[in-house]
Design a protein around this ligand. Sequence first.
Ligand SMILES: Nc1nc2c(c(=O)[nH]1)N[C@H]1C(S)=C(S)[C@@H](COP(=O)(O)O)O[C@H]1N2
Ligand SMILES: [Mo]
Length: 377
Amino acid sequence: MSGSARIGRARGGTPPPEPAPDELDVVVGEPRCAEAPLGSLDSWITPTSRFFVRNHFPMPAVETGEWKIDLSGQVARPGPVTLADLREFSNREIVVTMECAGNSRSTITPRTQGIRWQHGAIGTARWRGVSLAEVLHAAGILDAGRTIVLEGADRGPEAGSASDIPYAMSLPREKALDPDTLLATEMNGAPLSRAHGAPVRAIVPGWYGMASVKWLRRIQVLEGPFDGFFRTESYVIIGEGDDPDKPKTPVTSLRVKSLITYPPEHAEIPLGNHLIRGIAWSGDSEVRSVEVSYAPAGALEPQISWTPATLLGPSERYAWRHWECPLEFQRPGYYLLRARATDAHGVTQPLRPSWNYRGVATNAVHAVSIVVRRPAV
Ligand SMILES: Nc1nc2c(c(=O)[nH]1)N[C@H]1C(S)=C(S)[C@@H](COP(=O)(O)O)O[C@H]1N2
Ligand SMILES: [Mo]
């Protein structure tokens, strides 16, 4: 991965303004959840003002100067880690694509639990911080420590819990000690904004966004598994007929996926040549190819033929690729455009979303309906 990591000094400066209300589409007003219009995701780095926001609870008050992370559990030297302590470690910057596990949930039928994201709960940013591994090693993480719990300062009521709970998620030791897993203090060259987790958040590259805990207040190293609600009940894959009392499969790595950013849904375009554009990514692998198809609306699956797209821009381990694909529309009509990404392991996207109870980790082929019209005379 080293190609995308740069060693440097943390830079100061004032936090960027919170996203202007008109740059994101609000999905839930409070706690704020807002997504990017797909057409605005055309740059490799997503400007902070267009980077989606996902909050489970009201945002906590942030006293940047006094911030401490309480480190405890299976470490030889437990105790508070201050922002000044973090500055003692070497810092690095990594470009990471973050997708919410609930992204595209609104396309799943039957309707599932969870907030109704369209496709814009995704973005790519430059994150600067220190390796969580260095902090854990400096504290003398013990061999017995198997699970690293990351806890935010935000809390509130959750279904099924009697009292308020904090937002918390856990990582297996291996992922926590991966040098690319960061405690980040900067996003896109500026201190983290409040909405994105100021003053310090985790960045867990290659995983769905739920693991990148914002407003990080506590790190606990456990011998056993973590039984917190968000890890065991919320960000899990629950299939039809699963036993509610059995452990559930946790959501971790980003599934290979692509989205069409141009043309927008329901666009009316004239006959002739058009450049279809989009994004594609994969958590554990790299995107090997993207293919695009167009078929008359309502066509059955076997009639779909795929045209290879061209991958564009930088290729970095944890960042999406942009792509484009010229298509010629020779006949007027209503069409479904589709895009399908395949990763280096040969894993490709399913044509239709598969149902799961929480509606998480959907990576079905994105279909966009458009109208191709004769030019006006
Ligand atoms: N403390 C805290 N961390 C959190 C969350 C949260 O609600 N509270 N939401 C998580 C989820 S589900 C996602 S997708 C990402 C979103 O990060 P963003 O709001 O910076 O885009 O933050 C994660 N970290
Ligand atoms: Mo999320």
